[in-house]
Design a protein around this ligand. Structure first.
Ligand code: AR6
Length: 514
């Protein structure tokens, strides 16, 4: 008996899923008790003027360096001097921080002979143009940011102009913020000192840290206080979802999927909700060791780093969403081969609030360094689903742009891409978003995942149905995708299924999609 060939409904192209109108994933900027806006509205296509947002003094806040008179006097005095070379720069950083910091890696970058070190002319240009600019930006902080910055509570947002962000990062460059310890303050560090330090033993991250610093210099090079460039704004939102879905009862349909072996989240996830494979401390090792997806994204879009200033360690059901961060350079390589490649002119359009239409969602997966089988435990699968749900949820007034993701939690954190892809598909579907999955050159996931997804669509499987089956999976020789296929197929006569793209016979009319 011949089986009619119909279009495989599981395979959508990137173009099919791409949002046609540029948009961000957060509602427009509007001040409220939970949204601190540090500049005057409305945004009118030029750098907005700073304003003091009303502040609730019960809320904890970041002590800005100028709040302590003696600290700021010391910083001002230091930053008003002309800096001509690496040694002088280090002296100034030490004065600003009030500590005798080890900055030998910075010195190696500026005057050393390592592969990543600057050429002499580059160093000269840096001291002529870029370092004075960073000094000026740092000194402008009291005029640009006129009040304490809150440490965000769940549900709160903060919007800053790109110039305010630049001034904060310039202060971080000179290490003017009070130092923090993760285990004491439960916050990531913000000063750049972790990048300046030259380890005695393991040198594996020295070159990549130099490359990260090159990215940061690329960023500062582009900031122009006089011209008021860049003139947009960035929003950081902390979202916690207490009431997670009743996954086993969900009747939501499975949404569309595109899988690609080539491309990256940041290059090809245009107008999508782009995943940051995060650490629970936002930014991970961007200002220290580490040079994988999160660190690279933060290095090429340094405005994301500003989030480290006011974000506490992420809770179990929490995500951090950042809209409007610009990309300032291009890169090549990954991990220890990571390299700054060139400056980058980001021409992404802005939304009506002045944010670049780039939405990033930071989600920390569970690290499975040791017993990898733990990831298939119900509690852990639930945790990842609820975490992804917190990130993918669509806010009122925002659009359900697709999620651009990939092997979340499957690199440094040791997860199984087969499992994580299904979990992300379920969470995205529950939130009504399509999913674009970049396998990062891994061919092996593409066919089995498309195959299973097609079957879900043919069978009109719901999120709840897939979830119930998934929760019964036990690690064995049968991988999780094959297992789900078998379970979902059980309700379909086997002869009606063709491998490679689940198709049903015409007689199964009610299930057929064209
Ligand atoms: N686009 C798409 N996929 C990518 C990209 C990209 N630009 N870069 C990497 N991948 P990993 P994790 C794929 O290890 O396991 C950081 O230190 C690639 O297949 O960064 O969640 C954080 O701060 C890679 O193996 O994420 C955390 O501490 C996989 O994504 C920790 O790592 C996972 O990337 C998070 O580790």
């Amino acid at each position: 008996q011949s089986t009619p060939v119909i279009d495989c409904p599981g395979r959508s192209t990137l173009e099919d899923l791409k949002w046609k109108t540029p948009t961000t994933s957060l509602p427009p900027v509007e001040p409220s008790p939970d949204h601190f806006v540090f500049y005057k509205l409305p945004w009118e296509n030029k750098a907005p003027e700073p304003r003091s947002a009303p502040f609730d003094f019960h809320q904890s806040s970041i002590k800005l360096p100028y709040c302590n008179r003696s600290v700021w006097q010391r910083v001002e005095e230091a930053l008003r001097s002309r800096i001509n070379n690496g040694r002088e720069l280090i002296e100034i950083i030490r004065k600003c921080s009030g500590r005798n910091l080890d900055c030998n890696l910075l010195l190696e970058l500026l005057h050393g002979r390592r592969q990543a070190s600057f050429m002499e002319e580059e160093t000269e240009r840096l001291f002529a143009d870029v370092i004075p600019k960073i000094q000026q930006l740092a000194l402008k902080l009291p005029e640009l940011v006129k009040q304490p910055i809150p440490i965000l509570n769940p549900g709160q947002s903060i919007s800053l102009s790109q110039l305010q962000v630049a001034s904060l990062l310039a202060n971080a460059f000179f290490c003017t913020f009070a130092s923090r310890k993760r285990n004491v303050n439960h916050m990531p560090d913000i000063n750049f000192q972790g990048l300046y330090y030259l380890p005695r033993g393991d040198q594996s991250h020295v070159e990549s840290n130099m490359q990260k610093l090159q990215c940061l210099f690329s960023y500062f090079r582009k900031i122009d206080l006089e011209l008021g460039e860049p003139n947009g704004v960035v929003t950081f939102h902390r979202r916690e979802v207490q009431d997670s879905p009743q996954w086993n009862e969900s009747t939501k349909p499975i949404k569309r999927l595109h899988i690609s072996r080539t491309g990256t989240i940041e290059d090809d996830g245009t107008y999508m909700l782009q995943m940051d494979f995060a650490n629970k401390y936002l930014g991970g090792g961007v200002l220290g060791q580490g040079c994988v997806q999160e660190e690279i994204r933060f290095a090429i879009c340094p405005e994301l780093i500003a989030g480290c200033l006011f974000s506490k360690v992420m809770l179990e059901k929490e995500a951090i969403i950042i809209c409007g961060a610009q990309q300032f350079c291009k890169y090549d390589g990954y991990g220890s081969s990571f390299q700054w490649e060139s400056n980058f002119n980001d021409v992404t359009p802005r939304d009506s609030s002045g944010r670049l239409c780039v939405s990033v969602v930071a989600l920390d997966a569970i690290p499975f360094y040791g017993r990898k089988s733990r990831q298939y435990e119900v509690g852990n699968m639930d945790r990842e689903l609820n975490k992804a749900f917190a990130g993918f949820m669509v806010d009122e007034g925002a659009e359900s742009i697709p999620v651009a993701t990939g092997n979340w939690g499957c690199g440094v954190f040791g997860g199984d891409p087969k499992l994580k892809s299904v979990l992300q598909l379920l969470a995205a579907s529950e939130c009504g978003r399509d999913l674009v999955y970049f396998t990062f050159r891994d061919k092996s996931l593409i066919e089995p995942l498309y195959d299973l997804h097609s079957l879900f669509l043919q069978k009109e499987a719901t999120v709840g149905e897939v979830y119930r089956n998934l929760m019964e999976y036990k690690p064995s020789n049968e991988n999780v995708l094959s297992y789900l296929k078998r379970k979902i197929l059980k309700n379909v006569p086997i002869t009606k299924y063709i491998k490679g793209c689940a198709r049903l016979d015409e007689s199964e009319g009610k299930n057929m999609k064209s």
